[in-house]
Design a protein around this ligand. Structure first.
Ligand SMILES: Cc1cc2nc3c(=O)[nH]c(=O)nc-3n(C[C@H](O)[C@H](O)[C@H](O)COP(=O)(O)OP(=O)(O)OC[C@H]3O[C@@H](n4cnc5c(N)ncnc54)[C@H](O)[C@@H]3O)c2cc1C
Length: 598
C-alpha cells in the first residue's frame, strides 16, 4: 500500500526562502500579525491530518466506491469517509481561510493551498467533498445577497454543510450556452427549478447534514445562449428563517456514475423536479458569477494533480531504492547483492526526476499564485490588487492544464517504475494514474484552458498580462545574468522568453487572418508557456540554493534542489522546441482533411 509523508521541508523552502511569504503577508492588513511559526505549525498539523486520517482511506475508498439507494436517493460514501469528515470539521479545517465575519479564521489563502496539496496527495476523492464547498463559499461571498450570505456562509465555513457546482447537462458541458434547466419565478420571490444535471461531484452524500447546490438555469424570458443563464442557490434541505433545516427540497440524486477513478467521490445525476431556489446575482448574469467558483475550482484541480504527482513520486522512489533488477551498465554498484537496485538505471532516474521536477516546480508556481490571490484580496493598494488579479488570470489556465498534464505523465512514469507491479492494484500506483486522468477533463477540458489562455488572456488582451509576466522574468535575468554560476539556468530562461515573445506575435498575426489558427496552436502554446513559468521558478529555486551553499550551508536539500533544477533544464525544457515547431505548423494539417475521410 502507498505511504505519504507531507513535504513540509519543500513547502517551507518555497514559502519562506523562495517567496518570503511571511513578509509579503504581513504587509497585508488582515495578516499583519501572522508569524512564520504559526504558518508552519498549522501546516504541520494539516499534514498530520492528511497523512494520518485521510490517506489510510484512499485505497479502501477506491475499492469500495459510493453507493446509491435508488428508492431513497441516499448516497453512502465509503467506510471511514464520514468519520474523517467529522474530524475535519471538529478540527476547524473548513474555516481556515474563511472570512471572520462568517465564523472563519481569516488565515491567508496560501495556507489552504498547502493544506489542500497534502489532502489531495492523501486522498483526492475524499478531498473533493470539502474542496467543492470552498468554491460555493467564494461564489456566495462575492455575489450573494446579505440574506443568502447569512443563511449559507456560516454553515459552509464551519463545514456543517457542503457545496456543489451544478453546470453540466447531458447535451452540454463545454458549451453551457446550450443548457436547458428552467427557473420559474414564484410569487414569494423564490424560483422553481426543473431539469437535470449530470456529473455533479459530491452532488449527494452522507457526510454533512445539508448540501448547498449552485445551479445554472434559464429564466422564462432568457435570451438564447450564454447571455441567458442565471445562477441559483438550491439547498438539499430548505432552510427556515431561524437557520434550522426545513423540508427536503426536490433536488435528488437519480444515479451515480461508475467511472475510471476517484471512486470515493460520488459523481451524481441530479434531478430538479420543481426544486426551490433563490437567485444569486443578477438575472442572466449567472455565468460571470459562476466564474468566481470556476476559477477557484480550476486552481483547485491543478492542486489535485500536484498532490498526486508528489505522492506518486514518493512511492516510486521508495520502490526504486528497494527493488533489485539487473546491473548498472557501468558495472555492479552493489556487488555484495545479487543485483543492483533499479535506482541505478538512468531511465528509472529520468522517470523519478521528471515527477520530482514537476512536483517541486508545480508547488512553487501554485504557492506563488495563492500569494497573488492573498494580495489581490487584501492589499490596500488598488494598483497592486489589479496587477495581482491580472497575473492570477494569466496563470490560472496554465496551472489547471499544465499541472494536470504533468501529473498524467508523472503518475504514469511512477507506475512504470514499478514494472508489472505498478499495473496491479496491490501497490496502489494504478489508482494515482486513474485518479489523475479526470483532472485533465473537468473544470473545462485542457483544450478549453488553452483556448482561454491564447485567445482570451493573451491575444484579446494584446499581450498585456503576458508582458507583465515577461517583465518579471526580465528583471530576474538582469539581476542574475552576470552570475557565472547562474548561466546554466538564466540563459535558457532568457532564450525561451524571447522565443515566446516571437511566437506569440506570429500566432497573433495568423489568428488575425484566420481565427482557426488559435485552435490549431493553443494546446502546444499553453505547454510552452507552462515551461516558461516553470523555467522561471526553477531558475529562482536554483538561485536560492546556490546562495545558501555559497553562504556555507551544507544541507543536502540544496544539493538535491540544484540537481533537480539541472535535470529540468537539460531533460524537460527542451520539449519546448518541438512544441513551438508544432504550434507554428498552423491549422492546415488539422483542417485539410474532409470530414467524410475520417
Ligand atoms: C468525474 C466527473 C466529475 C465532474 N464534476 C462536475 C461538477 O461537479 N459539476 C459540473 O457541472 N460538471 C462536472 N463534470 C463535467 C465536466 O466539467 C465536463 O465533462 C467537461 O467540462 C467537458 O464537458 P463534456 O463532457 O460535455 O464534453 P464536451 O463539451 O462535449 O467536449 C467533448 C470534447 O470536445 C472538445 N471541445 C468542445 N468544444 C471545443 C472547442 N470549442 N474547441 C476545441 N475543442 C472543443 C472538448 O475539449 C472535449 O475534448 C464532471 C465530469 C466528470 C467526468
Amino acid at each position: 500500500m502507498p505511504t505519504y509523508t507531507p513535504p513540509l521541508r519543500d513547502m517551507h523552502f518555497v514559502l519562506h526562502e523562495l517567496l518570503q511569504a511571511g513578509d509579503t503577508l504581513r504587509c497585508l492588513p488582515p495578516h499583519a500579525e501572522l508569524d512564520d511559526a504559526t504558518i508552519n505549525a498549522v501546516l504541520e498539523e494539516g499534514g498530520k491530518f492528511a497523512a494520518g486520517v485521510v490517506q489510510p482511506l484512499n485505497a479502501s475508498g477506491d475499492a469500495e466506491g459510493c453507493k446509491l439507494d435508488p428508492a431513497t436517493h441516499v448516497v453512502t460514501t465509503p467506510k471511514g469517509f464520514k468519520a474523517a469528515y467529522q474530524a475535519y470539521v471538529e478540527g476547524g479545517w473548513p474555516s481556515l481561510t474563511a472570512d471572520p465575519a462568517f465564523g472563519g479564521q481569516g488565515l491567508p489563502i496560501v495556507m489552504n493551498q498547502c493544506l489542500y496539496e497534502m489532502l489531495n496527495s492523501a486522498n483526492q476523492a475524499w478531498t473533493m467533498y470539502p474542496g467543492l464547498s470552498h468554491g460555493a463559499y467564494e461564489c456566495l461571498h462575492a455575489h450573494g445577497t446579505p440574506e443568502q450570505k447569512q443563511t449559507y456562509l456560516p454553515k459552509l465555513t464551519s463545514g456543517q454543510w457542503t457545496g456543489t457546482m451544478c453546470l453540466t447537462e447531458a447535451h452540454c458541458g463545454t458549451d453551457l450556452g446550450l443548457l436547458r434547466t428552467k427557473a420559474e419565478p414564484l410569487p414569494d420571490g423564490t424560483y422553481k427549478l426543473t431539469g437535470q444535471k449530470i456529473f455533479i461531484s459530491a452532488g449527494e452524500h452522507d457526510l454533512a447534514e445539508n448540501i448547498v447546490h449552485l445551479v445554472l438555469a434559464r429564466l422564462p424570458d432568457a435570451p438564447a445562449g450564454s447571455k441567458g443563464i442565471s445562477l441559483f442557490v438550491v439547498p438539499k434541505f430548505l432552510v427556515k428563517p431561524d437557520g434550522s433545516l426545513g423540508e427536503r427540497n426536490a433536488i435528488t440524486c437519480g444515479a451515480i456514475e461508475h467511472k475510471m477513478g476517484i471512486h470515493g467521490n460520488a459523481t451524481c445525476q441530479m434531478n430538479l423536479d420543481g426544486a426551490v431556489g433563490t437567485l444569486v446575482g443578477e438575472p442572466h448574469k449567472g455565468l460571470p458569477a459562476m466564474f468566481v467558483m470556476m476559477n477557484a475550482a480550476r486552481l483547485g484541480v491543478g492542486n489535485q494533480s500536484l498532490g498526486l504527482t508528489e505522492v506518486a513520486y514518493q512511492n516510486a522512489v521508495a520502490y526504486a531504492k528497494d527493488r533489485r533488477q539487473m546491473r548498472s551498465l557501468s558495472g555492479p554498484k552493489q556487488p555484495d547483492q545479487p543485483a543492483d537496485t533499479i535506482i541505478v538505471h538512468p531511465d528509472v532516474r529520468k522517470m523519478l526526476l521528471t515527477a520530482r521536477a514537476y512536483a517541486e516546480g508545480g508547488r512553487a508556481m501554485a504557492i506563488h499564485i495563492a500569494l497573488l490571490i492573498d494580495r489581490e484580496l487584501s492589499s490596500d493598494d488598488a494598483d497592486e490588487r489589479q496587477a495581482c488579479a491580472d497575473e492570477v488570470a494569466l496563470l490560472t489556465p496554465i496551472a489547471k492544464a499544465f499541472l494536470t498534464d504533468n501529473a498524467w505523465i508523472a503518475t504514469s512514469h511512477c507506475m512504470q517504475v514499478f514494472g508489472g507491479h505498478g499495473y496491479v492494484r496491490e501497490w496502489g500506483m494504478e489508482q494515482f494514474v486513474r485518479d489523475a486522468r479526470i483532472n485533465m477533463i473537468y473544470e473545462g477540458t485542457n483544450t478549453i484552458q488553452a483556448l482561454d489562455l491564447l485567445g482570451r488572456k493573451i491575444l484579446m488582451d494584446n499581450g498585456r498580462k503576458l508582458k507583465a509576466f515577461g517583465q518579471r522574468i526580465a528583471a530576474f535575468v538582469e539581476e542574475h545574468g552576470t552570475n557565472e554560476a547562474m548561466q546554466e539556468f538564466v540563459n535558457p530562461l532568457a532564450e525561451l522568453g524571447d522565443k515566446v515573445t516571437k511566437l506569440t506575435t506570429e500566432l497573433g498575426m495568423k489568428a488575425f487572418g484566420n481565427p482557426d489558427e488559435v485552435g490549431g496552436a493553443a494546446v502546444d502554446y499553453l505547454r510552452v508557456l507552462g515551461h516558461l513559468v516553470f523555467a522561471y521558478f526553477w531558475a529562482r529555486m536554483a538561485q536560492v540554493a546556490l546562495a545558501r551553499q555559497a553562504a556555507g550551508d551544507a544541507d543536502p536539500f540544496y544539493t538535491a534542489k540544484l540537481h533537480t533544477a539541472r535535470f529540468y533544464f537539460a531533460k524537460l525544457l527542451p520539449e519546448t522546441a518541438g512544441l513551438m515547431r508544432s504550434a507554428r505548423s498552423g491549422v492546415a494539417p488539422l483542417l485539410a482533411m474532409d470530414e467524410a475521410l475520417f
